[in-house]
Design a protein. Structure first.
Length: 170
């Protein structure tokens, strides 16, 4: 079992994500894959280019953002698990979306990408054992514990599922 990271060991802006997920994070990450897949498959195809406000992302862009975040935070977890000493860079989510060519992507490809990324992260988390979870690294100029990343990854998806349900599909 991976214990939740202690408050004060990571930037407070991650509290939102960490607080959304249960303690049994590996099980949640696995179950979330099926939940996310079912949810996305239930969305009518004409809705994927929908924005609930002009300056918001489309559902496809939200999916792409979820994939980007899964990839970036999975890489951070991988790097820190290997005791990387370099500061891992942050990323500007707006810039990434704007440079993504998201209009030419389809929801099936985005969902398949998410599935691959999540399965890769689950494999990584299975290989990390015991005190290795207590390793700290630096990401976006903050010292952070390795154990933070599974909770951010899961909480980030839960956060966006809530937004999709309550803002896009009402």
């Amino acid at each position: 079992m991976i214990a939740k990271p202690l408050k004060g060991t990571f930037p407070t802006y991650y509290d939102t994500y960490v607080n959304l997920v249960p303690d049994h994070i590996k099980r949640h990450l696995t179950e979330q894959l099926d939940l996310y897949t079912s949810f996305i498959e239930s969305i009518p195809s004409e809705k994927f280019d929908y924005k609930y406000e002009e300056d918001k992302w489309t559902i496809k862009q939200v999916m792409l953002h979820i994939n980007d975040t899964e990839r970036v935070f999975g890489y951070r977890a991988f790097s820190i698990s290997r005791n990387e000493q370099q500061n891992l860079p942050g990323f500007d989510q707006e810039y990434y979306i704007n440079k993504s060519n998201s209009k030419n992507l389809n929801e099936e490809a985005l969902l398949a990408e998410f599935t691959h990324l999540r399965k890769a992260n689950l494999e990584l988390f299975e290989r990390i054992q015991g005190i290795q979870w207590d390793i700290f690294g630096t990401a976006n100029n903050f010292k952070v514990p390795l154990r933070l990343f599974p909770f951010i990854i899961a909480g980030h998806v839960d956060h966006h599922l809530n937004i999709l349900q309550n803002k896009y599909l009402v």
